[in-house]
Ligand binder design. Structure first.
Ligand code: CAA
Length: 719
């Protein structure tokens, strides 16, 4: 867990050896304590260097150990002892120094950093605070404003920024460890008192209260309802107003309020769920670690609408040459100008040059003969997509992968019209595709493991969080969205307003309420889908009662909004009104209020007061209920995958963990009881009927979310 060597006859070199990130597990802490004791007691040792194996200093506390009781030596006294020691200690930082790893570096008397290393205190992203003295030492070293920013955001910084801020003593392009040993030899016999950060006086700005107040307001605005950043601010205040001995106690008290909170559990769950999501597996035994992806050097995008443009940018900025195809000259020219603008802005923001030379624009599919992969991003129209796939089948070389960016259509039906169904896969991007992190990789029953591996790896290369899902209408994300949207519109019928529902969801922590989100996405898309699926229009059985379709409750209000030409932000009117078409400042619209009142009186609905609790329960429990069905159906391999999709694609608050984790946190028994209650009240809404898997999990004693997989016996996995 830590290797101890004597080098240059007088330097104790302590190397953390806990792959992959040298996390400070109990065993590592124990090994550091023993090694330090040895080094401080050995008269041959004049100085100490601490480094990490495999070019990584330390990724912080072992987060896996948070769930159990504390074992091994606690970190604070261990770190205090290193700092107080009479022999100089130098941290040789390569790779990362994060969280407890950064705090370990802060107690060393000197810090040498490799130029590619990253440092930071990301604890806040895990729902806790840097409680091994980080909130007390960092402000003493770099001042309150800079420390506050780093601690409340958890941002990682580069070696160069760390040097500028005064966190580190030297940045090197050489081996940091070798340099640290030389540095340590030179430090022997130099006085250490000014190098003990906890003994420094915190440079305190005269307007401390105003500064802390401003940061508090900013944090409350950006991270609504999240506890950890507020606790961080209080801990930093202690660093400014108390001696270290008292400040460290305050830090520990604040940590105690966070450590066992639901938010901390949710955020730590998200950390692991995000890493688990990339680990796909098929019933055949093929999986992420035994299937080799193909290398993709060139790609083509069909369609330069909003999605197509974003996908071109995502590919080109990671060095893939892209041929973009449109059907008409004017559309091609508009798309081209927009892509170039987007790439230039993106490159400027990242301080690199725009990779425009990788782009080619064409009207001819014939130009796609030699590309490695094609992503079709035309309108959501099955007949059109089939025509494109047939055409691609003819022009592309037999080995070219054919991907569709559909948001819910049958990937296998498209595979069926090609000469290579095993090379067809869905790549469902989220809009705007160059910004949104989520990618659903939709595995058709005939997609080969190599095809899936390639799509997943391409997603990773583009910086996406990629999740493999099965093929069914809407896949995972959009299939679950339906019951969620339905509940929101049923609540409108029953007496709520769009503003009230959005506020309840935003107070819960959603980035945007359901109606504001729909206005942003465009209301006409869903309207077209409803028309195509026969829910509105001439195919509707005239004998149907007006608020029922296909044997279940149906709310026609969204159709009525669209009939008025209100398609959301792009038309300046939707569920809300905006200053202008394309405006983003949503204001409640009295016309919508009138429409709702007229609608209710037309159907004899007596509006009632609806509580925020009912809004949250009906929307979120219906969402999770569909998630349980998706697990039963084998469309998602595990609850973590569903949660990651909702965190990265639908603005579910991270401190809620995602819909499935949230359900487990509320208690499956309670979710079941509430769903039964609402289903009884609304028997014509099948989505409210508790799923068999939910009932089964409750009958099994409501196991934690990580154990659900053991209870999911899918008849037929679609993955
Ligand atoms: N504890 C436990 N496991 C960790 C870990 C940690 N601190 N950091 C990473 N891992 C695990 C990951 O879960 C992953 O495991 P699997 O291979 O089983 O999936 C593996 O290490 C590799 O991690 P990544 O896939 O994330 O690797 P990467 O190279 O992309 O990123 C990293 C490396 C930047 C260090 C990233 O893992 C990371 O950000 N880790 C978390 C850092 C962090 O938040 N530290 C603070 C911990 S809290 C703390 O330190 C508080 C305290 O002092 C008391």
């Amino acid at each position: 867990m830590a290797r101890y060597e004597l080098v240059k006859r007088s330097v104790a070199l302590i190397t953390l050896t806990n792959p992959p990130v040298n996390a400070l597990s109990s065993a590592v802490r124990h090994a550091i304590a023993k090694s330090m004791e040895h080094a401080l007691n050995d008269p041959k040792v004049k100085a100490v260097v601490i480094c990490g194996e495999n070019g990584r200093f330390c990724g912080g506390a072992d987060i896996r150990e948070f769930a159990g009781p504390l074992r091994g030596p606690p970190l604070v006294p261990l770190l205090d002892a290193i700092e107080a020691g009479e022999k100089p200690v130098v941290a040789a930082i390569e790779g990362v120094a994060l969280g407890g790893g950064f705090e370990l570096a802060l107690v060393c008397h000197y810090r040498i950093v490799h130029f590619k290393a990253r440092l930071g205190l990301p604890e806040v992203t895990l729902g806790i605070l840097p409680a091994a003295g980080g909130t007390q030492r960092l402000p003493r070293l770099i001042g309150i404003p800079a420390a506050l920013e780093l601690i409340t955001t958890g941002r990682h910084i580069s070696a160069q920024e760390a040097l500028k801020l005064g966190i580190v003593d030297q940045v090197t392009e050489q081996n940091a460890c070798e340099l640290a040993v030389e540095f340590a030899l030179r430090a022997v016999a130099k006085p250490l008192s000014s190098r003990r950060v906890s003994m420094l006086t915190t440079p305190c700005p005269p307007d401390l209260d105003a500064l802390l107040e401003a940061v508090t307001m900013q944090v409350k605005r950006k991270a609504r309802g999240v506890m950890a950043p507020l606790a961080c601010i209080q801990a930093v205040r202690a660093a400014a107003t108390m001696p270290y001995s008292k400040g460290i106690k305050r830090e520990s008290e604040l940590m105690a309020t966070l450590f066992n909170s639901g938010q901390a559990r949710a955020l730590q769950y998200c950390f692991f769920a995000q890493r688990t999501a990339g680990k796909w597996t098929l019933p055949s035994g093929a999986q992420w670690n035994n299937s080799k992806p193909r290398e993709i050097r060139s790609a083509a995008i069909i369609g330069l609408g909003t999605m197509g443009r974003g996908i071109v940018v995502s590919l080109a900025r990671v060095g893939i040459s892209v041929i973009a195809v449109e059907s008409e000259k004017k559309l091609l020219e508009t798309g081209k100008q927009m892509v170039i603008g987007m790439l230039e802005r993106d490159a400027k923001r990242r301080g690199v040059s725009a990779s425009l030379n990788l782009l080619k624009f064409t009207l001819s599919l014939q130009d796609l003969k030699d590309v490695d992969l094609v992503i079709e991003a035309v309108f959501e129209d099955m007949a059109l997509k089939k025509r494109v796939f047939q055409e691609l089948s003819k022009v592309c070389r037999p080995a070219t992968l054919l991907c569709t960016n559909t948001s819910g259509l049958d990937v296998d039906a498209l595979a069926g019209v090609t000469d290579r169904p095993h090379l067809v896969v869905g790549m469902h991007f989220f809009s705007p595709a160059h910004v949104m992190k989520l990618l659903e990789v939709v595995c058709g029953p005939r997609s080969s493991s190599e095809t899936i591996a390639t799509a997943m790896s391409l997603g990773k290369r583009m910086g996406k969080v990629s999740v493999a899902v099965g093929n069914c209408p809407g896949f995972v994300g959009n299939r679950m969205l339906k019951p969620y949207l339905d509940q929101a519109t049923f609540l409108l019928e029953e007496g709520a307003t769009p503003e009230q529902i959005d506020k309840a969801l935003e107070d819960f922590g959603f980035a945007m309420g359901v109606f504001r989100m729909s206005d942003l996405a465009g209301l006409d898309v869903g309207w077209r889908v409803r028309k195509e699926s026969g829910l509105i229009g001439p195919d509707v059985d005239p004998k149907n009662p007006p608020r029922r379709r296909q044997g279940r409750r149906y709310c026609p209000i969204p159709d009525m909004v669209c009939e008025q030409g209100r398609f959301g932000q792009k038309t300046g009117r939707g569920w809300y009104m905006y200053d202008k078409p394309g405006g983003t400042n949503a204001k409640p619209d009295p016309l919508i209020q009138n429409l709702l009142e007229m609608y209710r009186s037309r159907y004899g609905i007596q509006p009632r007061n609806i509580s925020d609790q009912e809004i949250i329960e009906r929307c979120l429990f219906a969402l999770a209920n569909e998630g349980f069905r998706i697990l039963e159906d084998g469309i998602a391999a595990r609850p973590e995958d569903i949660d990651v999709i909702y965190l990265f694609g639908y603005g579910f608050p991270r401190h809620g963990g995602g819909p499935m984790f949230y359900a487990s946190m509320v208690g499956l028994e309670r979710v079941l009881e509430r769903l039964e209650h609402y289903h009884q009240a609304h028997p014509d809404v099948p989505h409210l009927e508790p799923s068999p898997l939910l009932k089964k999990l409750v009958a099994c004693g409501s196991p934690p979310v990580q154990k659900w997989r053991e209870h999911i016996k899918t008849m037929h996995s679609h993955l």
